[in-house]
Design a protein around this ligand. Structure first.
Ligand code: AP5
Ligand code: MG
Length: 214
């Protein structure tokens, strides 16, 4: 099963992608997580990506596409995968289509998690991420058992650098200009499904699994 999660920053792509990956036993591939891991490890890629991410801008396509295509060629992707945060531009979508075509494959589902802009800013200011394992929480909607401490690894929770309100506004603008056109792209490809991302996390997941099948 090959799935793309679409949606604005903070729509819940990562939250749902993790649940999909666990239920269907396929890898969760988040380009944002890959960049954040590179930043943490001080790699050249991380240094380049950080200058864009901190401003709420997209990392240039040429730094993203090969990275994802290489990842999709790994063995664990043979039975499928869930992409979270990629593709984000039409050239990225075209590169993905071509890479899969060369293997005689195509994507099965593109799921748009739909959340209006007004809800997003509120969500982002409450999001907390673990510095240790990257798990994501929300101070109101998905709290940890102990405040400020990760349930999984006991790591410290932080507000992501790009979750400041002024950066979130920029990310939303970039989303509408560069990523929203993918909704049309995947509608034309006949694989687009939309779920309401404003309801509870479990209710969003129910809508997702109704689309994907048991
Ligand atoms: P990335 O990490 O992908 O960020 P994003 O798209 O902005 O999305 P987020 O991770 O912020 O949100 P999400 O939709 O995953 O929501 P989440 O599940 O966490 O990318 C970061 C940056 O990297 C980009 O800005 C760009 O610079 C760069 N980048 C990455 N990929 C790239 C690419 N392909 N090309 C170019 N550049 C790229 O949920 C958000 C919060 O809401 C959480 O606190 C969660 O607990 C809560 N929540 C989730 N669902 C619900 C719900 N149903 N009800 C209430 N709360 C909820
Ligand atoms: Mg995410």
């Amino acid at each position: 099963m090959k799935i793309i999660m679409l949606g604005a920053p903070g729509a819940g792509k990562g939250t749902q992608a993790k649940k999909i990956a666990a239920k269907y036993e396929i890898p969760h591939i988040s380009t944002g997580d890959i960049f954040r891991a590179n930043i943490k490890n001080g790699t050249e890629l991380g240094k380049k990506a950080k200058t864009y991410m901190d401003q709420g801008l997209l990392v240039p396509d040429e730094l993203v596409v090969d990275l994802v295509v290489d990842r999709l060629n790994q063995d664990d992707c043979k039975k499928g995968f869930v992409l979270d945060g990629f593709p984000r531009t039409i050239p990225q979508a075209e590169a993905l289509t071509e890479a899969l075509q060369s293997l005689g494959q195509s994507m099965d589902f593109a799921i748009d998690v739909n959340v209006p802009d007004q809800n997003i800013i509120n969500r982002m200011s409450g999001r907390r991420a673990c510095v240790g394992c990257g798990a994501t929480y929300h101070i109101v909607y998905a709290p940890t058992k102990t405040e400020g401490i990760c349930d999984h690894c006991g790591g410290e929770l932080i507000l992501r650098d790009d979750d400041k309100p002024e950066t979130v506004e920029n990310r939303l603008k970039v989303y509408h200009e560069q990523t929203q056109p993918l909704i049309d792209y995947y509608t034309k490809a006949g694989i687009l499904h939309t779920v309401d991302g404003t309801v509870d996390i479990e209710d969003v997941f129910k809508a997702v699994t109704d689309i994907l099948g048991a």
